[in-house]
Design a binder for this molecule. Sequence first.
Ligand SMILES: *Cc1c(COP(=O)(O)O)cnc(C)c1O
Length: 345
Amino acid sequence: METSIQKLLRRNIASFKAYSSARQEFDGKGMIFLDANENPNENGVNRYPDPQQEQLKKLLSLKNEVSAEQIVVGNGSDEILDLIIRAFVSPGKEGMISLKPSYGMYKVLAELNDVFLDEIPFEEDFEINIENLLDAVRPETKLMLLCSPNNPTGKSLSLEQIENLLDRFQGIVVVDEAYIDFSNSPSAVSILRSQPRLIVCQTLSKAYAMAGLRVGYAMASPQITRVLNAIKPPYNVNTLSQEKAIELLRDKETFEAQLEQSNTERGFLLKALKYVPIVKKVYPSEANFILFEVDNADLRYKQLKSKGIVVRNRNKDFGCKNCLRLSVGLPEQNIKFIKTLNSLK
Ligand SMILES: *Cc1c(COP(=O)(O)O)cnc(C)c1O
């Protein structure tokens, strides 16, 4: 098992020696720290942050029922995705496969890293075609990027589909679960134990209401997390973000209440949208957004903006002609949105 992951790594990474930061070599309490060239005047942020985010990882490990050593924390899950590519996919020759339409950052990260990204279209109603996806895998395809629930379609993959793909694709499979909290579908974390090539990414940016903190994390087998933790920038999550994330994660009641409200509001919007004359189709959603088709997305997008409401125009995305993506707002915002959409001429 160890060797199979080892073989999938970029060659330079397989033999990589991590930078050993001062705080990593020594973080004992009650010591006089004269080792990191910090300003010794304590103000709450004069010290470097914990490079391994131990307290935060402890909370995340309890929440997800994985061990702390199976977690990598990043400056947003976008950083985690970048780290995964830099660990496994060699520039100039290797690449990744994903589905379209999906999260736009995959393409950006592929280009930045000079690796290819083959994007395989979803079928009708954004259903995955597993055979097409596997047929498009090349010998140089190292990584499969799956987003579930998918942005911008709102549809999830089942665990059976993910397991099927892991059985038949021999590279690393990443399941991006940025929206998993809003869904009733089970998280792929539940199959991590039996899947050493699986990486599950989650984030505090969406359901946990901390987009401004930039905290995302991956969960995977220790063979994988050991590598990702070694190659990440040593102090990638700053002190204030770690502290605030710990504080907010402990407030489970607020999280539960907001999640319930979001899902209730999603239900309201899904129904209400169907009665708006300019709306042609509403896609079901397991996330905190709704993709819907209108008569003319560019026009309606502009009209909404002129009335002070900003949605995402997905008209140019594959399979999303004349589609807008609406994030679920507060109850009064959602009512205002529906009223405004109804008033457009
Ligand atoms: C929002 C989003 C992310 C980004 O998460 P950050 O932790 O804020 O970087 C990742 N993946 C998908 C699919 C998203 O929609």
